[in-house]
Design a protein around this ligand. Structure first.
Ligand code: C2E
Ligand code: CA
Ligand code: CA
Ligand code: CA
Length: 273
């Protein structure tokens, strides 16, 4: 997304482009969307390879626009992040995911861990830990059934601050995973020092794992290092049986991807629990 011009934005892909012909700024539109309950969470199941059980659900936001239909987070999250609106949106995601997970448990389903994506700006918010703790209290969700996904990019500067925030989150009993692992800025040093539970191997390494021997080597190395320092590994974007079998051979812990299921609406989640 490029930022220029009178209303701040000159170029968008897809549906936001159409919306831009409107006089309202995108910030205003996102604000209105929040007020009008146009955001929705989809959930993608995560399977533990050893047991074959669904042990988690990743919450993925969608914007159901009254005229444009579903708008993907890849389109509007970057804008929300730039405009600061990510804070109220992110808080809504966290609260909704926790309360939904608690509701499934109350209905008697086997407990699963719900994963929530945190953007860099959200992670740097000084109220983050207080908000998480407040939401856990309010929803009465056991913290071990919440996982936060952050990207390697949070470490770009201020490692001390990042470390102390991660430690506070860990103290709450919430799990932490590094999303899109292998695509960003990271150092082995952080992997050892940060209180992390999971690495999520980016789907770009999984995609050609059958045909590209270099990708096998990378995935193998990530799993080896992760296990050596006590972390578990999730492979993202698993679409074929061949990929799944190879990942099982490499002793990957969990998998997520269209092969197991695409992200589904809230009502459909119960079919997986
Ligand atoms: P992500 O966290 O890496 O999420 C994985 C994305 O890959 C999702 O796209 C998911 O639908 C897609 N995916 C899952 N399995 C497969 C597969 O087998 N093949 C392929 N080709 N794709 C697969 P989605 O839902 O469009 O989300 C895109 C990104 O938007 C997410 O990437 C995440 O970075 C961001 N995002 C989504 N929801 C939130 C949110 O609530 N807060 C924040 N801050 N970011 C979010
Ligand atoms: Ca994620
Ligand atoms: Ca990812
Ligand atoms: Ca991604």
């Amino acid at each position: 997304v490029k930022k220029t011009g009178r209303n701040g934005y000159s170029f968008f892909e897809g549906k936001l482009n159409t919306l831009l012909s409107n006089q309202m700024s995108l910030e205003t539109m996102l604000h209105k969307a929040l007020d009008n309950h146009e955001f929705e969470l989809f959930y993608q199941p995560r399977m533990e390879l050893k047991s074959g059980q669904i042990i988690g659900m990743e919450a993925l936001i969608r914007w159901r626009h009254p005229d444009q239909g579903m708008i993907s987070p890849a389109e509007f999250i970057p804008i929300a992040e730039e405009s600061g609106l990510i804070s109220p949106i992110g808080e809504w995601v966290l609260r909704t995911a926790c309360s939904q997970n608690k509701a499934w448990q109350n209905e008697g389903y086997k407990p699963v861990c719900v994963s929530v994506n945190l953007s860099v700006r959200q992670f740097k918010d000084k109220d983050l830990v207080r908000n998480i703790s407040g939401i856990l209290n309010e929803t009465q969700l056991d913290p071990r059934y919440l996982e936060l996904e952050i990207t390697e990019n949070i470490s770009m500067n201020n490692e001390e601050q990042v470390l102390s925030t991660l430690q506070e989150i860990r103290k709450l009993g919430v799990k932490i995973s590094i999303d899109d692992f292998g695509t960003g800025y990271s150092s082995l040093n952080y992997l050892v020092n940060y209180p992390i539970d999971f690495l999520k191997i980016d789907q770009s390494f999984v995609r050609n794992i059958q045909s590209q021997s270099s990708d096998v080597s990378i995935v193998k190395a990530i799993i080896f290092i992760a296990h050596s320092i006590g972390l578990k590994v999730v492979a993202e974007g698993v679409e074929t049986e061949e990929q799944l079998n190879l990942l099982r051979e490499l002793e990957c812990d969990d998998v997520q991807g269209y092969l197991i299921s695409k992200p589904v609406e809230c009502e459909e989640v119960r079919n997986f629990l």
